[in-house]
Ligand binder design. Structure first.
Ligand code: PLP
Length: 427
């Protein structure tokens, strides 16, 4: 496989854009090598600047549940663009997508549109703080809620200690407002509450973890969080930026049967354009300006083109059988990976929920960040490059989800399974 043009573009990009990329993981830092510069996508495929074709399992990191350049999304965005890109005034489409979202997720009694998942998560936390009058939040080790200051935090020393920044530029005092607990470990959440009585505004959780690789919630974990929050007067925030409209139309809250106070959305609801949303109980959302004292705004929030694309995407997901299809395709991807590992005796733990899955290079089951971190990231990097050379584009990091879309065919998955077998054999 040749990447001559991508190499030239990458070296040009590195002179003007830090690391040559506008979001760090795209630089291939975790796997090495040159990231292909993508020129076009269609259905399950993408093509790079050198003309290489790949079956894509990144799907723009989650939004492209319909695949690339779905005709309904393209048409909606084109039509909206012709009517004017932005007004900074209310439009009917914003109302339409808000109602579609609330129909799928009844716990979002009121919601507001923003431009990214980062904005959704930071605004949901602001709403929770305004409502409870408390400042601390609990987040889980290995979880990602965007790049707002209070989320770039890891555990300090001691189970219930205050967090410390994982990024330069985050003030210590700000990080101290974030308490870190372990995913799938209720006692660690209890410890955070016990050490901070009446101070915790909210627990924020990816109800099905996606950003440490896919890790499903253990039986009773989400129910336990619900109870702990209620007992301690804190709010429960589900960050469904990945899982919303992915694991069910109503997201993880539908699939798992646990109702949060606030929900964060992004990715799929924009159909590939920048849209996020946060919302939940009306009494909490009434805290937000102009109704309440908590400020949050956006020049391009509810952007007509982005929202039109989002509506078109959500309409496709209202068609019958869509989630059954995603389940079946996801299962085929899982079976392919397991068979590939079995054929080469490669220890592999495959976690899957619907159409999101991760193959961890470890022999132990992965149920937490510690488990995920125990996998062999170097081996993953070699596997990743083996796939890339064979025309399969997977996430350039062990700690990410692979996404199957409605555009993937059983043939695509058979092809990917065969390439995975060859790539594992070559390890
Ligand atoms: C991607 C992601 C975010 C951040 O969304 P951006 O649109 O990248 O800002 C937040 N939470 C979760 C769970 C995500 O996967």
């Amino acid at each position: 496989m040749r990447l001559d043009k991508s190499e030239r573009l990458f070296s040009r990009a590195r002179r003007i854009i830090p690391g040559g990329v506008n979001s760090p993981v795209r630089s291939f830092g975790a796997v090495g090598g040159t990231p292909p510069f993508i020129v076009r996508g269609g259905g399950s495929r993408i093509w790079d600047a050198d003309g290489n074709e790949y079956v894509d399992f990144v799907g723009s990191w989650g939004p492209l549940i319909l695949g690339h350049a779905h005709p309904a999304v393209v048409e909606a965005a084109q039509k909206a663009a012709a009517d004017g890109a932005s007004f900074g005034a209310p439009t009917e489409r914003e109302l339409e997508i808000a109602e579609m979202i609330a129909r799928a997720m009844p716990a979002m009694e009121m919601l507001r549109l923003v431009n990214s998942g980062t904005e959704a998560a930071m605004s949901a936390v602001r709403a929770a703080r305004a409502y409870t009058g408390r400042s601390k939040i609990v987040k889980f080790n290995g979880a990602y809620h965007g790049h707002a200051d209070g989320f770039l935090v890891k555990a300090g020393s001691g189970a219930a200690a205050h967090g410390v920044p994982t990024s330069a530029g985050v003030p210590l005092g700000y990080a101290a407002e974030t308490l870190i607990a372990e995913y799938n470990d209720p006692p660690s959440v209890e410890a955070a509450f016990d050490a901070n009585v009446n101070q915790v505004a909210a627990v924020i959780v990816e109800p099905i973890a996606g950003n440490m690789g896919v890790v499903p919630p253990a039986d009773g974990f989400l129910e336990g969080l619900r109870t702990l929050c209620d007992d301690n007067g804190a709010l429960l925030i589900f960050d469904e930026v990945i899982t919303g409209f992915r694991v069910a139309r109503g997201g993880a809250q539908e699939r798992c049967g646990v109702t949060p106070d606030l929900t964060c959305l992004g990715k799929i609801i924009g159909g590939g354009l920048p849209v996020g949303a946060y919302g939940g109980r009306a009494d909490i959302m009434r805290m937000m300006s102009p109704l309440g004292p908590a400020y949050q705004a956006g020049t391009l929030s509810g952007n007509p083109i982005a929202v039109a694309a989002g509506i078109a995407c959500l309409r496709e997901l209202e068609k019958p059988g869509v989630y059954e299809t995603l389940e079946a395709l996801g299962a085929q991807a899982e079976v392919g990976l397991r068979a590939a590992a079995g054929a080469s005796d490669v220890p592999l733990a495959v976690n899957r929920v619907g159409s999101m899955l991760t193959a961890f290079f470890t022999s132990a089951p992965v149920a937490s960040w510690d488990g995920a971190a125990g996998s062999d990231a170097e081996r993953y990097a070699a596997f990743f490059h083996g796939l890339l050379e064979r025309g399969v584009y997977a996430a350039p990091s062990q700690f990410e989800a692979a996404f199957v879309s409605l555009a993937h065919t059983p043939n695509d998955l058979a092809f990917a399974g065969e390439q995975a077998r060859l790539a594992m054999e070559a390890l």
